[in-house]
Design a protein around this ligand. Structure first.
Ligand code: VGL
Ligand code: ZN
Length: 200
């Protein structure tokens, strides 16, 4: 058992990010049982859920003439356009059925139709908080192990924000899988290390 100040953050282990899903991450389902085993070692487990309204601005289908994986400029910076995924109250948005439980708290993100939210801490404007930092602070948590999907997007953004907020952060790559689009995985690993995250 880890000490009480050390929490596990499980990012977006949802059907749409697993094989057969709308934005399938290769091998996404392989990490579910190992994450279950990891959960036993933490008193506090936080689970996130990508939770978009229909017509979300991160969907290519919301932009005339755009296809998934094209990049556009949004007011908050460049945005990769995704296939429709993790639409609220759909099967694709459900946590993977094998994931043991929803942990102590489930943080839903990406609910603002205008702004994507990769990080568990802030929307992609890097300003609007999800409330997770307040939750962790109140519980006296200063150390995080981060796992889940996808390494190069939501895990990456969450880990960097956590490090910038002052947490001691480890990302366990054995418990993550990546989209790896256009060099995004190696860029993410460099960015996480640059932010002081332990990537192992
Ligand atoms: C994610 C792309 C779009 C993720 C979420 O969980 O990494 N990636 N929405
Ligand atoms: Zn999303």
């Amino acid at each position: 058992m880890h000490s009480d100040n050390h929490a596990l953050l499980v990012i977006d282990v949802q059907n749409d990010f697993c094989p057969g899903g709308a934005l399938a991450v290769p091998g996404g389902d392989e990490i579910v049982a190992p994450i279950n085993a990891l959960m036993d070692n933490y008193k506090t487990v936080v689970v996130t859920q990508d939770w978009h309204p229909t017509g979300h601005k991160s969907f290519a289908s919301s932009h005339d003439g755009k296809s998934p994986m094209e990049v556009i400029d949004m007011p908050y910076g460049p945005q990769v356009l995704w296939p429709d995924h993790c639409v609220q109250n759909t099967k694709g948005a459900d946590l993977h059925a094998v994931l043991r439980d929803g942990g102590n708290i489930i943080i839903r993100k990406g609910t603002n139709p205008e702004i994507d939210s990769y990080s568990a801490f802030f929307e992609n404007d890097h300003e609007t908080p999800t409330g997770l930092h307040g939750y962790l602070k109140e519980k006296g948590i200063d150390t995080l192990t981060i796992v889940g999907l996808a390494t190069d997007f939501c895990v990456n953004y969450s880990a960097i924000d956590a490090a910038n907020l002052g947490y001691k952060v480890t990302v366990s790559l054995d418990h993550c899988r990546a989209i790896d689009f256009d060099g995004s995985l190696s860029a993410a690993i460099d960015a996480m290390k640059g932010a002081g995250v332990t990537v192992e």
